[in-house]
Design a protein around this ligand. Structure first.
Ligand code: SF4
Ligand code: SF4
Length: 79
């Protein structure tokens, strides 16, 4: 059985949108390291990684776009 590899699965917050299908193949978790406002947490790093926006932190974002630039999979978009 084949599975569509590039299928998007976007989880949306107020203005962050994360393609968790891309996160599921991530090994670097750079979003978590580079965001100096602590917006992201990557959960399930040992199984199916998934980047989440930490509750109540989204409004700290200054839209510097370091995260969108650093995420090689281009999983993050910010409105
Ligand atoms: S947002 Fe990018 S860097 Fe962060 S876990 Fe997802 S794919 Fe990896
Ligand atoms: S744009 Fe900047 S402040 Fe906002 S989540 Fe990305 S790295 Fe963090």
């Amino acid at each position: 059985m084949s599975e569509a590899k590039n299928r998007s699965n976007i989880e949306s917050y107020k203005f962050h949108h994360i393609d968790i299908n891309k996160c599921s193949k991530c090994k670097e978790f750079s979003c978590e390291d580079v965001c100096f406002r602590g917006i992201y947490e990557v959960i399930n790093k040992d199984s199916t990684p998934k980047c989440i926006v930490v509750e109540d932190r989204e409004d700290r974002c200054v839209k510097c776009h370091i995260c969108t630039t650093t995420c090689k999979a281009k999983a993050i978009t910010i409105d």
